[in-house]
Design a protein around this ligand. Structure first.
Ligand SMILES: N[C@@H](CCC(=O)N[C@@H](CS)C(=O)NCC(=O)O)C(=O)O
Ligand SMILES: [Fe+2]
Length: 435
């Protein structure tokens, strides 16, 4: 007898003596999933029913063959478990059909992710590959990845795209890469962009679970801090932001009171971390190259790829900021392009080549076919193209303004004695760069 969880156990063939001892092992019900006459030694339906009843067990006969399980069988099995007040033992010849019925019932009731069925089988030492085949044949809807609802917001001053990704079932959402407006000519800040996101969230009736940044931006201020104050919900970024903080602490000659431990965010994500937005599954991919700390959020069928790839006609992000690395960017891009071909890719900027109208969504297949920096190129060609091009690019207009704010999770410098905030601009830290 193998324990699957507190309420469910499986076994291969059982004898009438075994059945008599089940109540002493805490079992309240028996499901017999084995058709009569499969082996000479099996007691069979009638004898097992009598033995169960005299032991005080509930008894259900749901005979199935591996290739012949019907939806009706799964339903009957689910009801048998629901009707039994206590743990159930299900058996067949080896336990495999018993566990298949259980896994199918759990998946259909949405208590178990189809992708986790294999792990259940591995833990029990049972081959459950038949479950996916069954789902493909009978319930393909359950295998389809859930669709994330994505709303993009274009911020024209810095050509940035901000996102709200939400779960249509639960109305929970995350905000990704929100911009705090800044006019460098007057030194004015504003929350117009962030407030437009808040208005959408309110109008759509969404609840915000997360404020996420993909990387410490070099061209605009993050609105994460402002939104956290309004929404009282956690902020997050990639864990390697600590290295970016250390790098820029030196550039800005910050004092020891500036902590390079990422504590300015509530959560720091590692490569492979998983979390949920409502019922949507999110997986974090470390995507360095543009910055040391860049991450991609893969939300079901939508990946927020920030500054790795732009739209196919625009190519890719630069890799020449402190901590940038063109070869690492190539590998990060390859990992993104290894996602399923219909994955929606949501980029972090659209510089509208040729003045075309703004676009921010592509797919893996489109990028593989058309991206002008990546399609049909190898790593060496990409790296030399990127390095040549980066050598011609002036620093972003706001890089020195933005990083000192963004390494503090979007918190502006504290006001000085006169009540005003000041930015600090290091001079002559970037030499030999185009102006
Ligand atoms: N002109 C823009 C340039 C911004 C910029 O450098 N953007 C980065 C992303 S943060 C990039 O990858 N640009 C690619 C390119 O310009 O080719 C500015 O001054 O803000
Ligand atoms: Fe960027």
């Amino acid at each position: 007898m193998k324990r699957i969880d507190d309420r469910f156990y499986i076994a291969g063939e059982v004898s009438l003596e075994d059945i008599a001892t089940l109540p002493t092992q805490g079992i309240a019900g028996l499901v017999n999933a084995r058709p009569d006459g499969e082996s000479a030694s099996q007691p069979g339906d009638a004898a097992e029913r009598t033995a169960s009843e005299s032991a005080g067990l509930t008894y259900h006969f749901i005979p199935v063959k591996v290739d012949g399980i019907t939806e009706q069988d799964v339903k009957a099995f689910d009801e048998a478990l629901a009707k039994t007040d206590g743990p159930v033992l299900a058996h067949c010849g080896s336990g495999r059909r018993a566990l298949m019925l259980w896994a199918l019932a759990e998946v259909i009731a949405r208590r178990l992710e189809p992708s986790l069925v294999g792990d259940v089988g591995a833990r029990a030492g049972v081959d459950l590959s038949g479950v996916e085949a069954w789902l493909r044949a009978h319930r393909p809807d359950l295998l389809r990845r859930r669709l994330a609802r994505v709303q993009g917001f274009y911020e024209a001053r810095t050509s940035s795209v901000q996102y709200v990704v939400s779960d249509p079932d639960t109305q929970r959402c995350a905000i990704i890469d929100p911009v705090l407006d800044y006019d460098e000519k007057s030194g004015s800040t504003a929350t117009r962009s962030a407030d437009a996101i808040l208005a959408y969230i309110r109008q759509a009736g969404l609840t915000v679970d997360w404020i996420l940044d993909t990387h410490p931006h070099a061209d605009h201020f993050s609105a994460a801090h402002y939104l956290k104050n309004v929404l009282k919900c956690p902020t997050a970024i990639g864990t390697h932001v600590k290295k970016v903080q250390a790098l820029w602490k030196d550039f800005y000659h910050l004092g020891d009171d500036f902590r390079c431990d990422g504590s300015q965010w509530d959560t720091l994500f590692n490569d492979g971390d998983q979390f949920k937005i409502g019922n949507l599954n999110v997986r974090v991919m470390h995507s360095p190259g543009h910055t040391l700390a860049s991450i991609t959020y893969v939300v079901e069928d939508a990946a927020f790829i920030h500054d790795t790839l732009f739209m196919p006609d625009s190519g890719s992000a630069r890799a020449d900021f402190p901590g940038g690395d063109a070869a690492k960017l190539w590998h990060s891009i390859q990992a993104i392009l290894a996602l399923p071909g219909d994955t929606r890719l949501l980029t972090g900027h659209d510089y509208r080549p040729g003045g075309r109208s703004v676009r921010w969504e592509s797919t893996v297949d489109e990028q593989l076919r058309d991206n002008r920096h990546v399609a049909r190129l190898d790593e060496a060609a990409f790296v030399s193209m990127r390095q040549e091009r980066d050598a011609t690019l002036p620093m972003p207009k706001l890089i020195l303004h933005a990083l000192q704010v963004n390494i503090r999770a979007g918190q502006l410098p504290e006001p000085e004695a006169d009540g005003h905030r000041f930015l600090k601009i290091p001079l002559d830290r970037f030499n030999d760069v185009p102006w």
